[in-house]
Write a new protein. Structure first.
Length: 505
């Protein structure tokens, strides 16, 4: 049994990924009521949409949000520019989702909770992890819940408990970086009269401050972000409807009326990451492991992808008897991504600032080809084996560690249809892979699906027939020659314990 602490997007994704693999889970959250705060409304990045496609909830998400939102930039009441980010990003054969989905974070969480409920797991509310201890074989957690305090034993504990993570603190894991108290913004959800809800309105006024008003799909609310007016003594008035209205009047000068606030908060620039993601049987993921500016829209996305990296590995250890050292590859693969996330979000914030100062743009400048996260890879991981040199360093051919691209088959079935679910997939790309595919099949490897891809998909870029093993999280683990069933079986053996089996050399 795994204890997942925290039911934000990271914890919910991890809990579902474990339960669908047959791992018993308890997921707790200290909140009494699920939050209705919109937070990451912009939004779900293309790579995370692929994760949610694998979870089978993509249609629900697309129905609840929008992939088209004009960014309308104003100075006072004058229109400066209007752009529609991602307008030119139509789906491609190798990438069905190339546009960000604008959707309230609480709607994403509701869809994930429904999914979790469908597989028989409910979030335990009003339940707080207060402390834990661990031995070589288990974790003992103290939980304060509606029925009182209990001590419960688990195989593993994962702290998906946000930036202030109790789990991280109790493990003594340093959260290195900085907090800039000088860059504070009011944020909240309010109703807005005086603007049509057909665009995200953005004022970057170098004299008066920043004001962003974004309509939220499927509700009357808008998310507001605004520069506060600092009091003469240097203090910041607490966020309130009056303080937000003052910011709107000061910055827009337009007859815009705010009402019915359902969430009010203050954000500050916080750039920090954990120095490690695991200590024994306790791990951390999501904001518990990394926090950074919202520019680039990466926080919740990176948390969901942490969970997706960890879920199948924990399941292999708990259910399939893989060596615990497989869990070391979670940190090996995700710490560099955490670093990338901090770097990329800070660079997005800088790009926005430069554009604002030069008057050439706004928030759209923070959304780049990188922030869609489709190009992230684990090429340097010990789980990435290139046994056949199919790709020179400068070749576009897919290498071990890359995201496995989608591709339509002759009968209309897509590779993503084949990948969907908790299994790994062995692709035989080209007719000369058939014998090797049959040999692997006859070995009866659990949790592995094989597919004879008769024609090599252009998206993979191979000029010779090739065996490709796609991990359960949609990254290529192994690339080898058409006849190399031995290499495939050796790789699968390696997954049972990177330090317990013979390596790739
Ligand atoms: C205004 C704003 C805009 C944003 N925009 C974006 C965006 O466009 N794209 C994006 O990807 N991200 C964005 N983010 C960031 C995103 O909201 C976070 O990265 C995301 O919420 C992190 O998810 P998480 O599940 O890791 O943690 P959280 O969402 O913080 O969830 C942690 C949960 O753990 C619970 N918890 C904490 N301690 C305990 C305990 N001891 N016991 C039990 N439960 C506990 C908490 O109650 C909470 O529910 C934005 C954030 C803000 C504020």
């Amino acid at each position: 049994m795994v204890l997942v602490v925290g039911a934000g997007p990271t914890g919910l994704s991890l809990a579902y990924d474990l339960v669908r693999r047959g791992v018993p889970v308890r997921i707790i959250d200290r909140q009494e009521q699920f939050t209705t705060a919109s937070r990451a409304k912009a939004g779900v990045q293309p790579r995370t949409l692929e994760v949610f496609d694998d979870f089978g909830i993509i249609d629900r998400l697309l129905a609840a949000g929008t992939q088209r939102l004009p960014f309308r930039r104003l100075l006072r009441d004058q229109l400066i520019s209007e752009v529609v980010p991602y307008e030119d990003k139509s789906p491609l054969p190798d990438a069905p989702y190339r546009r960000m989905l604008y959707i309230r974070q609480n709607d994403v969480e509701q869809i994930l909770r429904d999914l979790l409920s469908e597989v028989g797991c409910e979030v335990e509310r009003s339940t707080t992890l207060t402390e834990f201890t661990q031995t070589d074989t288990s974790v003992i957690a103290t939980l304060d819940g509606p029925a009182g305090t209990e001590k419960a034993e688990f195989d593993y504990l994962v702290g998906c408990d946000g930036g202030g993570s109790t789990v991280r603190k109790q493990l003594g894991i340093k959260f290195q970086g900085f907090t800039d108290e000088s860059q504070k913004l009011y944020v909240g959800d309010v109703e807005v009269d005086g603007l049509p809800d057909d665009a995200w309105y953005q004022w970057y006024d170098l004299e008066r401050g920043l004001l962003l008003l974004c309509p939220l799909s499927g509700s009357r609310s808008w998310q507001i972000q605004a520069s506060p007016s600092v009091a003469p003594d240097g203090t910041l008035p607490p966020p309130s409807l009056e303080a937000l209205q003052e910011a709107v009047d000061r910055i827009s000068g337009m007859p815009i009326k705010l009402s019915n606030p359902t969430w009010l908060s203050v954000t500050r620039k916080n750039v920090r990451m954990a120095e490690s993601l695991r200590s024994g049987r306790a791990l951390i993921a999501g904001d518990a492991a990394h926090v950074h500016p919202v520019a680039g829209a990466l926080g919740a996305n990176t948390g969901v992808q942490d969970a997706y990296n960890l879920g199948w590995k924990l399941a292999r250890v708990i259910k399939d008897g893989a060596d615990q050292s497989l869990l070391d590859t979670y940190q090996e693969e995700r710490l560099p991504i955490a670093e990338w996330t901090l770097r990329t979000s800070c660079s997005s914030a800088d790009k926005i600032a430069e554009a604002v100062i030069s008057g050439t743009g706004g928030a759209e400048k923070g959304l780049t080809e990188e922030t869609n996260q489709l190009g992230l890879n684990y090429r340097d991981s010990s789980l990435s084996w290139n046994l056949a040199e199919r790709a020179a360093d400068d070749s576009p051919a897919v290498r071990a560690g890359d995201r496995a691209p989608d591709s339509p088959g002759p009968d209309g079935t897509r590779l993503f249809d084949v990948f969907r679910g908790p299994h790994a997939t062995l692709l035989g790309m080209g007719a000369s892979c058939r014998e090797a595919l049959a040999r692997v099949e006859s070995a009866g490897v659990a949790g592995l699906r094989t597919l004879d891809v008769q024609e090599r998909p252009p998206a993979y870029g191979y000029t010779e027939d090739t065996l490709v093993l796609v991990r359960p999280d949609g990254y290529v683990g192994l690339v080898t020659t058409a006849e190399d069933s031995t290499g495939v079986l050796r790789y699968l053996d390696f997954l049972q314990g990177p330090h317990a089996a013979a390596g790739r050399d």
